[in-house]
Design a protein around this ligand. Structure first.
Ligand SMILES: [Zn+2]
Ligand SMILES: [Zn+2]
Length: 649
């Protein structure tokens, strides 16, 4: 009975509410916080009561200037034929799950006037601002679906700005000219600026602060989703930007994000995926003035692609002073480039500092599967709490890294593993360095290439050589031709240096493009800088020739690859080759397992010597086998022993 009564009263209440509303006397109560929530824990100054808006765009202009804010909500879908101008009052708009459409080609839905504020939320889901179309005629007060003038604030808590296409403009969804855009949530999807930059949003000489939200399916010539210009500063956090495109230009830049600002840019916790461009599939950072920097923290930049350079990230130093980018703990994975730099491409003086992170599974059609740093740039792997992993990337040259940078400083822990180059430098391809090439705490292993499975060193005769520091190992890399060991490949007379601070755990496999001969061994390591060079002298135990026919010696302050001594033996002739120091030849005869005789012959350093077995007085009567051994004065074997059967007569 009680239950029936409750239903009865509920019906009566609904009835009265409906009647009252139909008469227009008592508006439906619509109250919640300004962010759209009814239970907000942020400091959003309590719930407010929102007035239903009938679409009269004059509402944005108040006659009574003591009125500083109005709160509007859409009770139903509304189409407006003139822009909602906001010249002198703060407007809060709750979309209430409904759609606001502007039907006036070449004009925005909302224009936030100079120094004014517009706050957008959606207490339901699915609310949107849409309909901007036609050409804005390059008139900046007409760009975007929401147009923000200088000093204005546009705060977005929710709702969507979507399906707008504005020609002759920057900013398909939102344009900010000297104001601030702050986004806490909601989405800016499927907007287009086909003749400009910033499919979702373009901010010029202002500020962009994003704390969350989504931007997908937007497109523009540059900056498929976000374009940042002038002196704009920005912090972009926790946003998901998927399937945006920079297209239509010869060099369309920044599939998701394109910056060309003289301000500081910081990017945190973003996911940029499946975006496309000619250059910079995820992000294109172009430094517009001297001594500015960008920082990227914990980004996940994956499956972006470009036809040009920089599948994930493009750093354009623009030849400014100190255009540095610090990338912390980010994942740059599975991006693709049709040219150079599958994961990251840096050029024009860009300075790239990597703090941990993973660069894996990226591919490119030319050079630098993981990273390509072009000439005049700088790249460092910084000593940091987390290692940097560069794994499973692919290219023609430089599967993991391809560098022509002024310096490559691997200081922090870095694993370059399992990368592939179809031509040179499976792990790292080095074609130029004018300053430093440091490998400290680097592990280069399981990489493969036709030449230089680990590292291909083919660099200009400028600056310092490749320097190997403490804890570095370059071992376990292979040639894809035959699977043979191919670690550090020194092309065309290149050498390396052991720096001070070796721990004795270093291992460097070495191949050379020349063939050492007895008279001309190949020098592979030398002292070019006394102050920094390892002072232990002979470090030949740390160097492993990739070719088993070679060995490493230390002589005249250098390490050399020389041909190993070798023995050949037949029943009646013994030959010794490539003996680089005095040694003793031992020759023994056996009858079955029984030693019959042993004779010795001292030898001096010699390229090749052959003797007849009969000459050394070995008793071979009844012998079935003879064997030869080559030992140095410490009775240490200089090469494998050889044996020969004696044919029965
Ligand atoms: Zn709130
Ligand atoms: Zn609402």
């Amino acid at each position: 009975m009680k239950r029936l009564l409750l239903i009865f009263f509920a019906l009566i209440l609904t009835f009265f509410a409906a009647v009252a509303y139909a008469n227009g006397e008592i508006p439906e109560t619509h109250s919640h916080y300004i962010c759209g929530k009814s239970d907000c824990t942020e400091n959003h100054k309590g719930t407010v009561t929102w007035q239903a808006w009938n679409g009269d765009t004059a509402v944005g202009t108040v006659g009574d200037t003591s009125k500083t804010a109005i709160y509007l909500y859409l009770e139903k879908d509304i189409t407006i034929t003139s822009t909602l101008d906001i010249p002198n009052v703060t407007v809060y708009l709750c979309l209430n799950g409904k759609t606001l459409t502007i039907d006036n080609a070449g004009n925005p839905a909302v224009r936030v006037g100079k120094n004014q504020t517009f706050v957008l939320c959606d207490c339901k889901t699915g609310g949107k601002i849409t309909g901007a179309k036609g050409s804005a005629q390059k008139d900046a007060v007409r760009f975007g679906a929401v147009n923000c003038q200088s000093g204005s604030q546009f705060v977005m808590y929710g709702g969507s700005i979507s399906d707008n296409t504005v020609e002759g403009a920057n900013g398909g969804g939102i344009f900010v000219n000297g104001g601030t855009f702050t986004m806490y949530g909601g989405s800016v999807n499927n907007n287009k600026a086909p003749n400009g930059s910033g499919g979702a949003i373009s901010v010029e000489n202002g500020k962009i602060d994003i704390y969350g939200g989504e931007m997908k399916d937007n497109s523009a010539i540059n900056g498929g989703a976000i374009h940042i210009k002038g002196n704009t500063t920005g912090e972009i956090r926790n946003i998901k930007a998927d399937n945006n495109a920079a297209a239509g230009g010869k060099n369309s830049m920044g599939g998701a994000i394109f910056t060309e600002t003289s301000g500081i840019i910081k990017i945190y916790d973003v996911e940029l995926s499946n975006n496309k461009a000619v250059s910079g599939g995820g992000v294109y950072l172009k430094f517009a003035s001297n001594n500015i920097y960008a920082k990227i923290y914990n980004a996940n930049i994956h499956h972006n692609s470009v036809t040009g350079n920089g599948g994930g990230i493009f750093l354009d130093g623009n030849d400014t002073n100190n255009p540095s980018t610090d990338i912390y703990d980010s994942k740059i994975c599975d991006n693709d480039s049709g040219n150079n730099g599958g994961g990251i491409f840096a050029t024009s003086g860009a300075m790239l500092n990597l703090y941990g992170g993973t660069i894996s599974g990226n591919t490119c059609a030319v050079s630098g599967g993981g990273i390509r740093v072009a000439s005049s740039t700088y790249i460092a792997v910084v000593n940091y709490k987390n290692p940097l992993y560069i794994n499973g990337n692919k290219a023609v040259d430089g599967g993991g890294i391809s560098t022509a940078a002024n310096s490559l400083n691997i200081i922090g822990k870095c694993e370059i593993e399992g990368n592939t180059a179809t031509n040179r430098g499976g792990g790292v391809y080095i074609n130029r360095s004018s300053m430093f090439l440091l490998f400290n705490q680097a592990t280069v292993t399981k990489n493969t290439a036709t030449q230089g499975g680990g590292i291909y060193l083919n660099k200009d005769n400028t600056g310092n050589e490749l320097e190997i520091l403490g804890g570095t190992t370059i071992i376990g890399n292979t040639s894809s031709t035959d699977g043979s060991a191919n670690n550090l490949y020194l092309n065309n007379g290149r050498m390396f240096q052991f720096r001070k601070g070796l721990t004795g755990t270093e291992k460097v496999g070495v191949s050379v493009s020349e063939t050492p001969t007895f008279s001309e061994p190949v020098d592979i390591e030398y002292v070019f800088d006394e102050e920094w060079h390892d002072t232990a002298g002979d470090r030949s135990n740390l160097i492993i020739p990739d070719n088993d026919d070679y060995k490493v010696i230390y002589k005249n302050n250098k390490h050399w690859l020389i041909l190993k001594p070798s023995l050949t033996l037949t029943a009646d002739k013994i030959s010794v080759s490539n003996l680089d120091k005095p040694a003793t030849l031992y020759v023994a005869s056996y009858g079955g397992d029984k030693l019959l005789d042993i004779e010795t012959m001292p030898l001096s350093s010699i390229e090749k010597k052959s003797v007849d077995v009969s000459e050394i007085g070995l008793n071979t009567k009844g012998a079935t086998k003879i064997a030869a051994f080559l030992w140095d004065s410490n009775m240490s074997s200089l090469c494998d022993s050889e044996s020969a059967e004696i044919p029965t007569k």
